[in-house]
Design a protein around this ligand. Structure first.
Ligand code: ARG
Length: 397
């Protein structure tokens, strides 16, 4: 049987070397290079061409930006998804979509295998393998970079053997993963925990020291937990997120420097820039606080940690994420309103809140004359509320 493979292609040195490797060492007869445009801002026409030069039979670029934001980014905002309380999963959310595209492309081109250029030490291999396995367990998964044990120099030498000239001219001392949800920087100098990143590491955000001296404000409008307007203007998901990335980044909002616990068990130091996602999650949390009852908020916060870990671990297409999404979905119906954020030199704070179905009732909380809160009920409430503690204290001295 002939081996027909779809490769997740990025245009980088490693995935490019995967093309001849798949053909000459792994027995591929037919190779489709599939580059997913998730808003990484690369020029995609040259990438398409590059795969053909490297020996792919077919080379396609799939524009998945809108789908990425609306089907992955926005549900994650509804879940306030922050892995380890910090990382808005910008890279992690891209992998299940790339996995979907691999499977869709495999079906379209009648392929029986998919391939990726991930190494065996990271999270992305886990996410891609899991996704493909969950969506079509009949597809073989090939991961050249997990088996070839090439050094950088070996990879380049191998590519040159097949007439590929890797563009390694301005190689950075770290690795970058970029999409519309955010940017990740890892490896190289960043592995030294005592090294404070210099400005050249960052690209979506200005330094707090260089940010404007006057604060910026933005009002984000949500409908059913989905962001739909900025300062009253209705925008498509991609446009809305893009504007917030620019605005937040300009005020130095969105930098994260964290020690991350990878799926494969190792701790790694990772840098992220995700201004738009962090602004949206902050505003969304605040709007939930305004519109949801406290017991639901408490339960949701617990499930959010599980949701974030589940997505981080690559189980986007598993049954748990679907069940959690059903819970999240049922909480979002009333999460409609506007939150104004103030951005100033790397910090953000909530400046104003409003919602038609606000649970903040002035007549209940005010100390003014128009208060409707019945204080006479308080004594009996406290008596019964404290009963278990009082009994315990009495019994146990
Ligand atoms: N460590 C991050 C994560 O697991 C970023 C991964 C970035 N991927 C990459 N191939 N550089 O989500």
């Amino acid at each position: 049987m002939s081996k027909r493979v779809v490769l997740a292609y990025s245009g980088g040195v490693d995935t490019t070397a995967c093309i001849p490797y798949l053909r000459h060492e792994m027995g591929a007869d037919f190779i489709v290079a599939m580059a997913a445009d998730l808003g990484q801002g690369d020029e995609l026409a040259p990438i398409r061409e590059k795969a053909l030069v490297a020996g792919a039979d077919v080379s396609i670029v799939v524009d998945a930006k809108e789908r990425f934001v609306s089907e992955f980014g926005f549900p994650a905002i509804q879940a306030n998804a922050l892995y380890d309380g910090q990382y808005p999963l910008s890279s992690a959310l891209g992998r299940p979509l790339i996995g979907e595209l691999l499977v869709e492309t495999a079906h379209e081109y009648d392929c029986n295998a998919v391939a990726h250029g991930c190494t065996g030490k990271g999270n992305d291999q886990v996410r891609l393998d899991l996704t493909v396995g969950l969506l079509d367990s009949g597809l073989e998964i090939l991961a050249p970079a997990r088996v070839w044990s090439f050094s950088r120099a070996d990879t380049i030498a191998y590519s040159e053997k097949y007439g590929i000239e890797p563009h390694v001219s301005k190689e950075k001392p770290w690795a970058i993963d970029l999409n519309i949800l955010g940017r990740n920087v890892e490896a190289g100098l960043i592995e030294d925990l005592s090294w404070e990143p210099t400005e050249e590491v960052w690209s979506l955000t200005t330094a707090p020291e260089a940010a404007p001296d006057t604060a910026g404000y933005v009002t984000i409008g949500f409908e059913g937990g989905i962001p739909v307007t900025l300062d009253g203007e209705r925008l498509a998901p991609l446009e809305l997120l893009g504007r917030l990335n620019t605005l937040g980044g300009g005020h130095a909002v969105g930098r994260i420097d964290m020690l991350e616990n990878r799926v494969v068990g190792v701790k790694s130091r990772e840098l992220y820039e995700a201004p738009g996602m962090l602004l949206l999650i902050r505003a969304h949390q605040e709007l939930e606080n305004l519109t949801l009852p406290v017991d639901m908020l408490n339960q949701k916060r617990q499930l959010e940690a599980t949701y974030s870990k589940t997505v981080y671990d690559g189980l986007w297409h598993g049954p748990l994420r679907a069940a959690l999404d059903a819970f999240v979905g049922s909480t979002q119906r009333t999460v409609t309103g506007e939150i104004t954020l103030k951005l100033y030199k790397g910090g953000m704070s909530v400046a104003a809140r409003s919602a038609e179905r606000s649970m903040y009732r002035h007549e209940l909380v005010t100390y003014g004359n128009d208060c409707t809160f019945d204080q006479s009920s308080a004594e009996g409430f406290i008596d019964i509320f404290s009963l278990p503690s009082r009994v315990w204290n009495k019994v146990n001295g």
